[in-house]
Design a binder for this molecule. Sequence first.
Ligand code: CP
Ligand code: NVA
Length: 300
Amino acid sequence: MTRHVLDIASLGADVLGEICSLAGRDPASLGAPLAGRGAALIFEKPSNRTRHSTEMAVVQLGGHPIYTRGEEVGLDVREPVEDVARVLAGYHAVLAARVFDHGTLVRMAAVSPVPVVNLLSDLAHPLQAVADVLTMRREFGSLRGRSVCWVGDYNNVARSLAEACALQGAALRFACPERHGADEGELGRLLALGAASVEQFRDPRLAASGSCAVHTDTWTSMGQEAEAAVRREEFAGFTVDEAVMAAALPDAVFMHCLPAHRGEEVVDAVIDGPASRVVPQAHDRLHSARAVLAWSLGVR
Ligand code: CP
Ligand code: NVA
């Protein structure tokens, strides 16, 4: 079966563990599975970390990345998504895309004989979640039974992180404003994936209590810019500040996928302070991308 990576939950706990092991290996030991082959990288939205880490991961695996902007490819504008995927699969060993609509990736995967990798959609950011796990494991070892806190928007990044933590038996503690949290069905889904517990609060300090890591992300994701002013009002009180970090465990770390909006979802003193792991977390994106690509190409 073609090894698509569209979200974390469908990988399952064993594959997530396998990917984390691949991430820890010397790139030279992975056998250059992309030697003489290409990787198509399509971006419908801007990127810094994802583009650079994925391109360099392709290089480390011996391959050649080709980046194209969404408007150049014209998914469903210039030609149907399915035609794009079928054609590119003849040139490349893997197709990877950052898209507005997760359904675009599902449609690509449905027709592509080579793996399709999600570089961020409205629903999921699996490469980010793998990096987040690598960073937290380096700090704490196993996440089983540990509490991980998310403050802010229950968005693409939150969902993938929650799935990854659930698969590893962590306890999840969310603090999200009304209308922007996880619904009951989602909380149940995370429990079914293996979370030790899933609790949702309105007070970020309560959610942070007892947590080993406090994560957050922008209040306004790419594509939601028209809602930015309303969102700033809705998310007031959901800033990760010193008081939130003080409520977490004494050795708790602060994490953020970046880009960050200092003064909104996080204050300078936290993101630039001693508990912040945002830079190593961003650097883990390279190891995450290399490992996910290697796994999708069948490296063992
Ligand atoms: N975290 C992340 O995906 O960053 P970019 O949008 O810069 O790729
Ligand atoms: N939630 C953010 C993540 C960016 C890496 C977005 O979708 O814009």
